[in-house]
Design a protein around this ligand. Structure first.
Ligand code: SF4
Length: 156
């Protein structure tokens, strides 16, 4: 799809002009966090509109608890479909090593829905999927939204 066609489509979805949509596509081509935000909000026109207008990008992203719940639901479905399996400890620790060195692994936003494990000393979550990695990394059929777990999941 050409940039013009993609901009036209994004402009239609987000209710903005094509110039603004094209700028967002160009930014998404080199800004991984923005690309993930754009993808997460693609089916939420009001939030997508706020993000594209950049009136309050953080506000658009702060309204993500529903997305976090959707992600959690997706993860649990995938896990259940695989018989609630757990990965080998070696895979779990390799996944956590990858997250620990990833810039997207951060303290959660000040939102109770994102504070999934308030008792934990390490409360960091992945800002791309909102997941608590000390839990998610243990489960089979889970993936890193940035594709960084691929090597960690290859048995040694
Ligand atoms: S799941 Fe992937 S993107 Fe998220 S913190 Fe871990 S390595 Fe980073």
């Amino acid at each position: 799809m050409s940039l013009e066609a993609a901009a036209e489509e994004l402009a239609r979805l987000g209710g903005v002009d094509r110039r603004r949509a094209a700028a967002a596509i160009l930014r998404a081509s080199h800004d991984e966090v923005f690309r993930a935000r754009l993808t997460q909000l693609a089916k939420k026109p009001a939030l997508l509109h706020s993000l594209l207008l950049a009136e309050d990008e953080d506000a658009a992203v702060r309204q993500q608890p529903v997305d976090v719940i959707e992600e959690l639901t997706r993860s649990i479905r995938a896990w259940a479909a695989n018989g609630f399996g757990l990965v080998e400890p070696s895979t779990y620790f390799r996944r956590l090593d990858v997250c620990n060195s990833c810039p997207h692994y951060r303290e959660p936003a000040d939102d109770p829905l994102l504070t999934i494990a308030p008792w934990a000393t390490d409360r960091r979550v992945c800002e791309l999927c909102g997941c608590y990695m000390r839990l998610k990394a243990r489960l089979t059929k889970q993936h890193c939204p940035a594709g960084k777990w691929e090597e960690a999941d290859v048995p040694l």
